[in-house]
Design a protein around this ligand. Structure first.
Ligand code: KIV
Length: 309
Protein backbone atom coordinates (compact mmCIF):
# COMPACT_ATOMS: atom_id res chain seq x y z
CA UNK A 1 0.00 0.00 0.00
CA UNK A 2 1.39 3.44 -0.93
CA UNK A 3 2.25 5.66 2.06
CA UNK A 4 -0.30 8.37 2.66
CA UNK A 5 0.83 11.88 1.77
CA UNK A 6 0.78 14.59 4.44
CA UNK A 7 -2.00 17.15 4.27
CA UNK A 8 -1.12 20.70 3.30
CA UNK A 9 -2.84 24.01 3.88
CA UNK A 10 -4.64 23.91 0.53
CA UNK A 11 -6.16 20.50 1.29
CA UNK A 12 -6.98 21.62 4.84
CA UNK A 13 -8.87 24.61 3.45
CA UNK A 14 -10.77 22.36 1.01
CA UNK A 15 -11.77 20.09 3.89
CA UNK A 16 -13.76 22.95 5.39
CA UNK A 17 -15.60 23.53 2.12
CA UNK A 18 -16.31 19.82 1.82
CA UNK A 19 -17.46 19.62 5.45
CA UNK A 20 -14.83 16.95 6.03
CA UNK A 21 -14.06 17.26 9.77
CA UNK A 22 -10.39 17.71 10.66
CA UNK A 23 -8.84 15.50 13.30
CA UNK A 24 -5.85 16.75 15.24
CA UNK A 25 -4.07 15.23 18.22
CA UNK A 26 -0.97 16.25 20.09
CA UNK A 27 2.15 14.07 20.00
CA UNK A 28 5.53 14.79 21.48
CA UNK A 29 7.87 11.98 20.52
CA UNK A 30 8.53 9.12 18.09
CA UNK A 31 6.11 6.51 19.52
CA UNK A 32 3.16 8.86 20.09
CA UNK A 33 3.59 10.31 16.59
CA UNK A 34 3.91 6.87 15.00
CA UNK A 35 0.76 5.62 16.70
CA UNK A 36 -1.17 8.77 15.75
CA UNK A 37 -0.11 8.45 12.13
CA UNK A 38 -0.97 4.74 12.03
CA UNK A 39 -4.40 5.62 13.43
CA UNK A 40 -4.99 7.97 10.48
CA UNK A 41 -4.93 11.37 12.18
CA UNK A 42 -5.02 14.40 9.84
CA UNK A 43 -2.74 16.75 11.79
CA UNK A 44 -0.27 16.25 14.63
CA UNK A 45 0.28 19.15 16.98
CA UNK A 46 3.50 19.20 18.96
CA UNK A 47 1.82 21.27 21.64
CA UNK A 48 3.60 23.09 24.41
CA UNK A 49 1.19 21.08 26.58
CA UNK A 50 4.20 18.78 26.63
CA UNK A 51 5.23 20.98 29.54
CA UNK A 52 2.33 19.48 31.53
CA UNK A 53 1.98 15.97 30.21
CA UNK A 54 5.57 15.05 29.39
CA UNK A 55 7.80 17.28 31.49
CA UNK A 56 5.58 17.47 34.59
CA UNK A 57 5.34 21.29 34.92
CA UNK A 58 2.06 22.77 36.12
CA UNK A 59 1.78 25.14 33.15
CA UNK A 60 3.17 25.61 29.64
CA UNK A 61 5.14 28.69 30.62
CA UNK A 62 8.47 26.96 31.42
CA UNK A 63 8.59 25.25 27.99
CA UNK A 64 11.51 26.56 25.92
CA UNK A 65 12.24 26.75 22.22
CA UNK A 66 14.92 24.08 22.72
CA UNK A 67 12.27 21.78 24.29
CA UNK A 68 9.96 22.37 21.32
CA UNK A 69 12.67 21.77 18.71
CA UNK A 70 13.78 18.56 20.44
CA UNK A 71 10.25 17.14 20.71
CA UNK A 72 9.18 18.29 17.25
CA UNK A 73 12.18 16.55 15.68
CA UNK A 74 11.38 13.29 17.50
CA UNK A 75 7.72 13.60 16.48
CA UNK A 76 8.61 14.25 12.85
CA UNK A 77 10.74 11.08 12.81
CA UNK A 78 7.70 9.10 13.95
CA UNK A 79 5.20 10.57 11.48
CA UNK A 80 6.89 11.31 8.19
CA UNK A 81 3.59 11.31 6.30
CA UNK A 82 1.55 13.57 8.55
CA UNK A 83 1.19 17.35 8.63
CA UNK A 84 2.99 18.52 11.76
CA UNK A 85 2.35 21.80 13.56
CA UNK A 86 4.71 22.93 16.32
CA UNK A 87 3.82 25.37 19.07
CA UNK A 88 5.79 28.59 19.40
CA UNK A 89 6.49 28.57 23.15
CA UNK A 90 5.91 31.31 25.71
CA UNK A 91 7.34 34.74 24.81
CA UNK A 92 9.10 33.63 21.65
CA UNK A 93 6.95 35.80 19.36
CA UNK A 94 6.41 38.99 21.34
CA UNK A 95 9.87 40.51 20.89
CA UNK A 96 11.50 41.61 17.66
CA UNK A 97 10.36 40.12 14.36
CA UNK A 98 13.92 38.95 13.85
CA UNK A 99 13.81 36.92 17.06
CA UNK A 100 10.36 35.53 16.17
CA UNK A 101 11.54 34.40 12.74
CA UNK A 102 14.62 32.76 14.23
CA UNK A 103 12.33 30.65 16.43
CA UNK A 104 10.15 29.74 13.44
CA UNK A 105 13.26 28.84 11.44
CA UNK A 106 14.44 26.47 14.18
CA UNK A 107 11.06 24.71 14.43
CA UNK A 108 10.97 24.20 10.67
CA UNK A 109 14.64 23.47 9.90
CA UNK A 110 15.71 21.62 13.05
CA UNK A 111 12.31 20.35 14.18
CA UNK A 112 10.99 19.53 10.69
CA UNK A 113 7.55 21.03 11.40
CA UNK A 114 5.29 21.97 8.47
CA UNK A 115 3.66 24.88 10.32
CA UNK A 116 3.70 26.74 13.63
CA UNK A 117 0.94 27.57 16.12
CA UNK A 118 0.73 30.81 18.07
CA UNK A 119 -1.57 31.87 20.89
CA UNK A 120 -3.30 35.24 20.68
CA UNK A 121 -5.37 37.38 18.31
CA UNK A 122 -5.18 41.01 17.26
CA UNK A 123 -1.94 41.71 19.15
CA UNK A 124 -0.01 38.98 17.34
CA UNK A 125 -1.60 39.50 13.91
CA UNK A 126 1.42 41.48 12.58
CA UNK A 127 3.78 38.64 13.59
CA UNK A 128 1.43 36.07 12.02
CA UNK A 129 1.37 38.08 8.79
CA UNK A 130 5.17 38.33 8.66
CA UNK A 131 5.61 34.60 9.28
CA UNK A 132 3.04 33.67 6.62
CA UNK A 133 4.72 36.08 4.20
CA UNK A 134 8.01 34.33 4.87
CA UNK A 135 6.38 31.11 3.60
CA UNK A 136 5.45 29.38 6.86
CA UNK A 137 1.82 28.39 7.56
CA UNK A 138 0.47 29.61 10.90
CA UNK A 139 -2.27 28.03 13.00
CA UNK A 140 -3.91 30.58 15.30
CA UNK A 141 -5.09 29.78 18.81
CA UNK A 142 -7.65 31.86 20.73
CA UNK A 143 -10.09 31.42 23.58
CA UNK A 144 -8.35 29.91 26.56
CA UNK A 145 -4.70 30.50 25.77
CA UNK A 146 -2.64 28.66 28.41
CA UNK A 147 0.46 30.81 27.91
CA UNK A 148 -1.57 33.80 29.21
CA UNK A 149 -3.20 31.90 32.07
CA UNK A 150 -1.90 34.47 34.55
CA UNK A 151 -3.69 37.37 32.83
CA UNK A 152 -6.86 35.42 31.98
CA UNK A 153 -7.22 34.50 35.65
CA UNK A 154 -7.31 30.72 35.38
CA UNK A 155 -8.69 28.10 33.03
CA UNK A 156 -12.15 29.64 32.40
CA UNK A 157 -14.58 29.15 29.51
CA UNK A 158 -14.32 32.05 27.05
CA UNK A 159 -16.93 33.82 24.94
CA UNK A 160 -19.87 33.23 27.25
CA UNK A 161 -21.32 36.76 27.19
CA UNK A 162 -21.99 38.92 24.14
CA UNK A 163 -19.02 41.23 24.69
CA UNK A 164 -16.54 38.41 25.12
CA UNK A 165 -18.04 36.53 22.16
CA UNK A 166 -17.52 39.62 19.99
CA UNK A 167 -13.95 39.97 21.26
CA UNK A 168 -13.25 36.39 20.18
CA UNK A 169 -14.89 36.94 16.80
CA UNK A 170 -12.65 40.00 16.25
CA UNK A 171 -9.57 38.02 17.27
CA UNK A 172 -10.48 35.19 14.88
CA UNK A 173 -11.05 37.60 12.00
CA UNK A 174 -7.73 39.33 12.67
CA UNK A 175 -5.95 35.98 12.44
CA UNK A 176 -7.76 35.10 9.24
CA UNK A 177 -6.86 38.48 7.73
CA UNK A 178 -3.23 37.97 8.77
CA UNK A 179 -3.15 34.73 6.77
CA UNK A 180 -3.55 32.00 9.41
CA UNK A 181 -4.62 28.74 7.71
CA UNK A 182 -6.87 27.69 10.62
CA UNK A 183 -7.67 28.69 14.20
CA UNK A 184 -7.80 26.61 17.36
CA UNK A 185 -10.68 27.59 19.64
CA UNK A 186 -9.96 26.42 23.17
CA UNK A 187 -12.59 26.31 25.90
CA UNK A 188 -15.09 28.51 24.06
CA UNK A 189 -18.87 28.50 24.54
CA UNK A 190 -20.46 26.37 21.83
CA UNK A 191 -22.63 29.11 20.31
CA UNK A 192 -19.68 31.49 20.03
CA UNK A 193 -17.47 28.84 18.46
CA UNK A 194 -20.29 27.98 16.01
CA UNK A 195 -20.69 31.62 14.98
CA UNK A 196 -16.93 32.01 14.45
CA UNK A 197 -16.90 28.79 12.42
CA UNK A 198 -19.72 30.10 10.18
CA UNK A 199 -18.08 33.50 9.76
CA UNK A 200 -14.53 32.39 8.90
CA UNK A 201 -13.48 30.96 5.55
CA UNK A 202 -10.60 29.12 7.29
CA UNK A 203 -11.29 26.06 9.47
CA UNK A 204 -11.76 26.23 13.22
CA UNK A 205 -10.39 23.37 15.31
CA UNK A 206 -12.06 23.11 18.69
CA UNK A 207 -10.99 21.80 22.06
CA UNK A 208 -13.79 22.27 24.56
CA UNK A 209 -15.47 24.49 21.99
CA UNK A 210 -18.53 22.43 21.13
CA UNK A 211 -19.78 20.44 18.18
CA UNK A 212 -19.87 22.99 15.38
CA UNK A 213 -16.16 23.52 14.80
CA UNK A 214 -14.62 22.30 11.54
CA UNK A 215 -12.37 19.93 13.46
CA UNK A 216 -11.39 18.77 16.91
CA UNK A 217 -8.11 18.53 18.77
CA UNK A 218 -7.30 16.69 21.99
CA UNK A 219 -4.17 16.01 23.97
CA UNK A 220 -2.71 12.55 23.30
CA UNK A 221 -2.35 11.70 26.99
CA UNK A 222 -6.01 12.59 27.61
CA UNK A 223 -7.34 10.54 24.69
CA UNK A 224 -5.64 7.35 25.84
CA UNK A 225 -5.44 8.13 29.60
CA UNK A 226 -1.66 8.00 29.69
CA UNK A 227 -0.94 9.42 33.16
CA UNK A 228 -2.61 12.68 32.17
CA UNK A 229 -3.07 15.42 34.76
CA UNK A 230 -6.18 16.63 32.85
CA UNK A 231 -8.43 13.64 33.31
CA UNK A 232 -11.28 15.35 35.13
CA UNK A 233 -11.94 18.00 32.44
CA UNK A 234 -15.46 17.91 31.03
CA UNK A 235 -14.43 18.44 27.41
CA UNK A 236 -12.09 15.46 27.42
CA UNK A 237 -13.28 12.04 26.38
CA UNK A 238 -11.08 9.09 27.22
CA UNK A 239 -11.06 6.64 24.32
CA UNK A 240 -8.68 4.07 25.83
CA UNK A 241 -6.98 3.44 29.15
CA UNK A 242 -3.40 2.62 28.33
CA UNK A 243 -2.23 4.08 31.63
CA UNK A 244 -3.91 1.22 33.50
CA UNK A 245 -2.49 -1.34 31.07
CA UNK A 246 1.02 0.06 31.39
CA UNK A 247 0.78 0.10 35.20
CA UNK A 248 -0.47 -3.51 35.25
CA UNK A 249 2.32 -4.56 32.91
CA UNK A 250 5.01 -2.96 35.07
CA UNK A 251 3.50 -4.47 38.24
CA UNK A 252 3.58 -7.92 36.65
CA UNK A 253 7.22 -7.39 35.64
CA UNK A 254 8.16 -6.31 39.18
CA UNK A 255 6.38 -9.35 40.65
CA UNK A 256 7.98 -11.81 38.27
CA UNK A 257 11.49 -10.50 38.92
CA UNK A 258 10.86 -10.67 42.68
CA UNK A 259 9.50 -14.22 42.57
CA UNK A 260 12.05 -15.47 40.02
CA UNK A 261 9.54 -16.24 37.25
CA UNK A 262 11.36 -13.81 34.91
CA UNK A 263 13.73 -14.37 33.23
CA UNK A 264 12.64 -17.91 32.38
CA UNK A 265 14.44 -20.62 30.37
CA UNK A 266 13.38 -19.11 27.05
CA UNK A 267 14.80 -15.65 27.89
CA UNK A 268 18.39 -16.73 28.60
CA UNK A 269 21.48 -17.36 26.47
CA UNK A 270 23.49 -20.52 27.23
CA UNK A 271 27.30 -20.72 27.26
CA UNK A 272 29.16 -23.71 25.80
CA UNK A 273 29.15 -26.93 27.79
CA UNK A 274 31.74 -26.94 30.57
CA UNK A 275 32.08 -23.13 30.81
CA UNK A 276 30.36 -23.02 34.17
CA UNK A 277 32.64 -25.72 35.66
CA UNK A 278 35.76 -24.11 34.23
CA UNK A 279 34.82 -20.71 35.78
CA UNK A 280 34.08 -22.39 39.12
CA UNK A 281 37.40 -24.16 39.09
CA UNK A 282 39.14 -20.88 38.23
CA UNK A 283 37.31 -18.59 40.65
CA UNK A 284 35.46 -20.88 43.07
CA UNK A 285 38.87 -21.33 44.83
CA UNK A 286 39.30 -17.59 45.52
CA UNK A 287 38.48 -16.22 48.97
CA UNK A 288 35.34 -14.46 47.72
CA UNK A 289 34.34 -17.54 45.75
CA UNK A 290 34.76 -19.79 48.76
CA UNK A 291 32.78 -17.41 50.95
CA UNK A 292 30.00 -17.41 48.39
CA UNK A 293 30.00 -21.19 48.14
CA UNK A 294 29.84 -21.39 51.94
CA UNK A 295 26.92 -18.93 52.06
CA UNK A 296 25.03 -20.92 49.42
CA UNK A 297 25.62 -24.15 51.30
CA UNK A 298 24.45 -22.62 54.61
CA UNK A 299 21.33 -21.21 52.93
CA UNK A 300 20.44 -24.53 51.34
CA UNK A 301 21.02 -26.32 54.70
CA UNK A 302 18.60 -23.87 56.32
CA UNK A 303 16.05 -24.47 53.59
CA UNK A 304 16.31 -28.21 54.13
CA UNK A 305 15.80 -27.77 57.90
CA UNK A 306 12.84 -25.46 57.21
CA UNK A 307 11.30 -27.97 54.83
CA UNK A 308 11.69 -30.78 57.34
CA UNK A 309 10.33 -28.66 60.21
O1 KIV B 1 -0.42 22.75 23.56
C1 KIV B 1 -1.44 22.15 23.20
O2 KIV B 1 -1.57 20.93 23.34
C2 KIV B 1 -2.52 22.93 22.62
C3 KIV B 1 -3.80 22.24 22.34
C4 KIV B 1 -4.54 22.02 23.60
C5 KIV B 1 -4.61 22.95 21.34
O3 KIV B 1 -2.36 24.08 22.40
Amino acid sequence: MAAKRPLNVVKISKMKQQKDRLTMITAYDYPSAKLAEEAGIDIILVGDSLGNVVLGYNSTIPVTLDDMVYHTRATARGAENTFIVADMPFMTYHGSLDETLKGVRRLMQEGHAHAVKMEGGIEIAPAVKAIVQSGVPVLGHIGLTPQSVNTIGGYRVQGKDAADAKRLMDEAKALEAAGAFAVVLELVAEETAAAITRELSIPTIGIGAGRECDGQVLVFHDVVKYASPYMEKRFVKTFADVGAQIREGIEAYVNEVKNGAFPAENHVFKADEGVSESLDSLYGGSKAGQENLQKQETASDKEKVGAQG
